[in-house]
Design a protein. Structure first.
Lengths: 188, 377
């Protein structure tokens, strides 16, 4: 079991590196798919089959397809302009380095910076479908409902943005009216 | 321990072998069946000693050998590696999704039950959906890596279509899962051995009787997921050459093709498992077949008096295979009967008709369930 975990851990890290290291956006996206899939493997190894299946179904199967779809639709390729690495990238690299040192220290020494409170203990969460369902709809029902409201707001917003306007807008607003104005100009 | 490993290896061989053989035979049914439907002769060129076995030698021996020896052509200016990954990514998720299919009642050996299912997951149906949702990458990658506008159009169409129909496919069966109360496929099949009563009449608790609207939506969505006519927009020959696999030749093309037919088999399997009782027969529990048939047999078979054999797993697997084969053939017939949709019709069907219908169906099903209409006994 441990050997399987180590092998898949290395694979996960390798594909995660592939996300940031490859110049082709499509390669990055495919590496991210692989990473998300391999994280699901870790969930499955921990016995949380439901979470593993949902991880693949939602992240690797649905969200990443949209990402790949958009990358392909926009025709992005490897022509990344030189000199994009500004202060933001340096700051990110610094943060990542600090995180790597901290995680490495914890992993090697086996100690945590954040000691557990007196009397606190870890407990195994029931990873089965029934266990997650019971937990989600009793202890976390408020968070669950609020999240669904948030998603609903997102859907309404997307529909509002995507809806086709029946009446033409005032000149200068919206792509269609702009095109119409250009057409008129060309006719003149 | 060794025996357990042997059992798992055997089961894996049976499951993978059955899937690939069914897919190959579906290819033959497609080639010869389409010829019958269109009043042609169909594949009849290859024969061994004058026997062509109704085209089996042609479609299942000569064509793959030809594909193996063809030149493997990769378009210029793309990654050879990703080009080769395409067919693999398209076929792999389909093949592994068969691992959770229960294809018969358990064999009882030495007091232990050996389930006829490679992996008894408690989220079997979600696992199959998850693997199905990964199948889109093979198609998307093929279109992008081919360096060809037709391929790109094909894969863009495919990804939009597959994502849209995944939604209706998922929503349509939520009601059924609520009735059966489980995501495990073996449990769902067991539940379908029960009956429910309408006006006092016992009706088998198959999904098709519990929820016929869900069956229509689900079957249509599965047909769209397999990207075959009338939903074959991603590869429509008359518009975009061959769609996403335009630039694939030889064995790579054949792997795409085999993956597509394996998807047909998986679709038939899901329909059988969820709506047609899996290996169960209506009103008759095949597990009650006695292991010793002595007493049911005519007199001259008296030497079988001491012969015991567990008929239930064998009969169950055969019933399951027959049901799956029926839906494979049905899909071939539908593919050669209906014309192709236009793209806006395809999207309207999914988002404006099937999605509202499946949602209303879900609400109605749950209301009936809470009202005690679907009390399985």
């Amino acid at each position: 079991m441990t050997a399987v975990m180590i092998v898949f851990g290395i694979l996960t890290l390798a594909s995660a590196c592939g996300v940031v290291c490859s110049r082709q956006p499509v390669h990055s996206a495919l590496s991210l798919v692989a990473t998300l899939f391999l994280v699901a493997v870790h969930f499955a190894l921990l016995g949380a089959h439901f979470v593993a299946a949902v991880q693949v179904l939602v992240y690797a199967g649905a969200i990443m397809v949209l990402v790949v779809f958009v990358i392909m639709l926009l025709g992005l390729d490897a022509n990344v302009p030189e000199g994009v690495a500004g202060w933001g990238s340096s700051f990110g690299a610094l943060l990542t380095g600090v995180a790597a040192v901290v995680f490495g220290y914890v992993a090697i020494s086996g100690r945590s910076f954040f000691a557990l409170k007196e009397g606190a203990e870890f407990w195994a969460v029931d990873g089965t479908t029934a266990g997650i369902g019971a937990n989600l709809y009793s202890n976390h029902i408020f968070a669950f409902e609020v999240t669904s409201l948030l998603i609903l707001a997102g859907i309404v917003g997307a529909v509002f943005l995507g809806i086709e306007k029946k009446r033409p807008l005032k000149a200068g607003r919206g792509l269609k009216s702009m095109q119409a104005a250009q057409k008129e100009e060309a006719l003149r | 321990m060794a025996a357990e490993i042997l059992i798992v290896v055997l089961k894996a061989a049976i499951v993978l072998g059955a899937l690939l053989h069914l897919a190959a035979l579906t290819i033959w049914v497609e080639r010869k069946g389409s010829a019958l439907i269109q009043d042609r002769i169909g594949a009849n060129r290859a024969a061994i000693f004058g026997f062509d076995l109704a085209g089996i030698f042609n479609t299942l021996v000569a064509d793959p050998v030809k594909a193996l020896f063809k030149e493997d052509w990769v378009p210029k200016g793309t990654s050879q590696f990703l080009h080769s990954m395409g067919p693999f990514l398209a076929a792999f998720p389909v093949l592994v999704s068969f691992a959770v299919v229960p294809f018969g009642p358990p064999i009882i050996s030495g007091g232990k039950e050996i389930p006829l299912q490679l992996a008894t997951l408690d989220v079997g149906i979600l696992y199959m959906f998850a693997m199905g949702s990964l199948a889109v990458y093979g198609v998307v990658l093929a279109g992008w890596v081919s360096n060809n506008k037709f391929s790109l159009f094909g894969s863009l169409r495919a990804s939009a279509q597959m994502i849209s129909y995944e939604i209706t496919m998922g929503i349509s069966i939520v009601g059924l899962i609520a009735i059966y109360g489980s995501l495990a496929l073996d449990e769902i099949v067991l539940q379908q051995g029960k009956v429910f009563r309408v006006l006092g009449l016992p009706i088998p608790a198959w999904g098709i009787f519990l929820n016929p609207i869900a069956f229509l939506v689900f079957f249509t969505s599965m047909m769209a997921e397999t990207k075959r006519a009338p939903f074959d927009l991603p590869e429509s020959e008359s518009e975009i050459v061959a769609g996403y696999f335009t630039e694939y030749s030889g064995m790579k093309f054949l792997v795409y093709w085999l993956g597509e037919f394996a998807e047909v088999v998986v679709a038939s399997t899901l329909v059988t498992l969820l709506f047609f009782g899996g290996w169960q027969l209506p009103y008759f529990d095949i597990r009650s077949i006695p292991t010793n048939l002595w007493g049911y047999l005519p007199g001259f078979l008296g030497f079988l008096e001491t012969w015991n054999f567990q008929w239930a797993p064998l009969v169950g697997a055969m019933i399951f295979g027959a049901k799956v084969s029926f839906f494979c053939v049905l899909q071939v017939i539908i593919r050669w009967t209906l014309p192709r949709f236009r793209y806006d019709q395809l999207m309207n069907l999914c988002w404006k008709i099937m999605l509202p219908v499946s949602m209303l169906n879900l609400v109605a099903t749950v209301a009936l369930l809470l009202g005690g209409f679907f009390s399985l006994e």
